[in-house]
Design a protein around this ligand. Structure first.
Ligand code: NAD
Length: 208
C-alpha cells in the first residue's frame, strides 16, 4: 500500500509548479504561496539562511516561525525570541533576502503535541506549505492535512546550532558559521560569556 503521506508531498509540488509555470496549469496565477519554515534557531546560522533562500525560490513569502519562544538562558535555548528574531533578520539581510517577503513570528511550545499545529496557526499568518526535516514537526503537520516538504541540508556537520553553542561555550571560532551582521550582534550581546556562564546541557534538559 502507498504511503498516505505521499499525497501531501505531491500537493505541495503541484502548487509550487503551478506558481512557477502558470500557463502549463491553466494560465491563471491569481494565488500567492506562503511557506512556513519552523525551527528553534538557537541561533540562526548560514545553513538556515541557505534554506530560507531556497524556500523563497519556490514560494512568494516565507513565514519564519521561531519555536520554543518562551525559552531562553538555558544551555540548549540560550537566546530569547527577540534576540533570535534580530539574528535571523540580520542574517537574511546579509544574504541579500528582501525582508518584504519574510514574516518572522515567535511561537511558544505547548505541552500537548496534538494541539500544537492549531497553536502555530494562531500565531502565524496563513501558510500553504511547511518546510521541515524535523520528524515530529513533519508528522504533526502532515496529520493536520498540511503539505510538507523536506528542506535541503547545507553542510549539516558544520552548520549546526548545537555546534555554534558548543564553540561559544568553549570560546572557539563560531563566527564563520553565522552571517557577518549576526556575528556582530552576537558579540554585542556577549553571547560567549552567556553560554559559558550557563554551562553545558545536561541529560535532563529537554524541549519538545
Ligand atoms: P532547529 O533550529 O534545530 O532546525 C530548524 C530547521 O533547520 C530544521 O528543519 C533543520 O533540519 C534545519 N537545519 C538545521 N541545520 C541545517 C543545515 N545545516 N542546513 C539546512 N537545514 C538545516 O529547530 P527544530 O528542532 O526543527 O525546531 C522545531 C520546533 O518545533 C522547536 O521549537 C520545538 O519545540 C517545536 N515543537 C513544539 C511542539 C510542541 O510545543 N508541542 C511540538 C513539535 C515541535
Amino acid at each position: 500500500m502507498r504511503n498516505p503521506k505521499e499525497k501531501y508531498l505531491k500537493a505541495a509540488d503541484y502548487l509550487i509548479a503551478a506558481r512557477r509555470n502558470p500557463t502549463a496549469f491553466g494560465g491563471k496565477r491569481n494565488f500567492m504561496i506562503r511557506g512556513l519554515f519552523l525551527g528553534k534557531f538557537q541561533p540562526f546560522h548560514i545553513g538556515h539562511l541557505e534554506v530560507a533562500k531556497v524556500i523563497l525560490g519556490e514560494v512568494d513569502e516565507i513565514v519564519l516561525a521561531i519555536g520554543s519562544a518562551q525559552f531562553s538562558y538555558t544551555p540548549e535555548n540560550p537566546f530569547t525570541a527577540g534576540e533570535r528574531i534580530e539574528i535571523a533578520r540580520r542574517s537574511l539581510l546579509d544574504g541579500g533576502v528582501d525582508l518584504r517577503h519574510c514574516l518572522i513570528v515567535p511561537v511558544p511550545d505547548v505541552g500537548t503535541h496534538s494541539i500544537w499545529v492549531s497553536y502555530v496557526k494562531t500565531f502565524c499568518p496563513k501558510f500553504d506549505v511547511v518546510y521541515s526535516n524535523n520528524n515530529l514537526v513533519r508528522t504533526l503537520f502532515i496529520e493536520a492535512g498540511y503539505q510538507v516538504k523536506p528542506s535541503p541540508l547545507f553542510n549539516r556537520e558544520k552548520y549546526s546550532s548545537a555546534e555554534i553553542r558548543r564553540r561559544m561555550r568553549e570560546k572557539k571560532d563560531w563566527r564563520s558559521l553565522v552571517s557577518q551582521s549576526a556575528a556582530a550582534y552576537l558579540e554585542e550581546i556577549d553571547s560567549e560569556s552567556r553560554l559559558s556562564e550557563i554551562g553545558a546541557p545536561t541529560q535532563e534538559e529537554h524541549t519538545p
